[in-house]
Write a protein that binds this ligand. Sequence first.
Ligand code: ARG
Length: 272
Amino acid sequence: MSQLPSQSVSTRVMMCAPTFYGLEYEINPWMRLENRPDTALAMRQWDNLFHVLNMEAGADISLIPQVEGCPDMVFTANAGLTKGDCALLASFRHPQRALEEPYFAEWFTQQGYTVHTPPEGCKFEGEGDALFAGPNLLAGYLKRSDICSHRWMADILSTTVLSLELADDRWYHLDTCLLPLDQHRVAFYPGAFDEYAQTVIRHHYETIEVELEEALRFACNAVVAGNTVVLPTGCPHFETELRNCGFTPLAVDMSEFLKSGGAAKCLTLLLN
Ligand code: ARG
């Protein structure tokens, strides 16, 4: 019999409706100016994700309004990392996204968080590169976040950080290639990590290995809410693996956000 994960309390997330979403620059291998998203379809896909997270996965969703001129602000996973009343604010690698920082800082402050900014010159892209998994904080580095952010997070949050080197530009954020499922299980695409990071992940967790084809469809860029996993469409093998582990996969079409290098997880920030 498959082992059922424990039902957690309601998942709280922050999202940003794609009012001014678009593709205006190229900062990852997925973004191509000649392959811009259909913004009306993007809005429908976002509405559907909101609905599925809220009505089917039972998530409690807070919104931040999108600012014109910040087309990637919809990817709220990059706003920062929260735990308790601490919000560790992002310091983006690219100037195009650094414009978002003051708006996220203001939102966290208004919500009652104590906002911490990374040390001078240390890049950090929030939950895009930092995911809690059981007793540890898994943290990616090299592509977007700098490894100096790991010590900073460990000190503020008093948590153990496992540093994982990202090895392929297509999976430039940790949340594009790794998904914590519960206290002791993570799904990941090994090819996105260097050998040592793969060893670290396998040493600390039971793992589900995602295949290349589905990793390219951002299978790992999913939101876990209790037993429900909201993931992008086109990942049938991963869905089967999830069912075998006692989870209920719910697939949502994310085509217009994949053009910017993001999917379901990137569009949500967990309020831990
Ligand atoms: N176009 C955005 C960027 O390159 C996508 C961000 C995706 N976010 C994520 N958490 N993986 O920054």
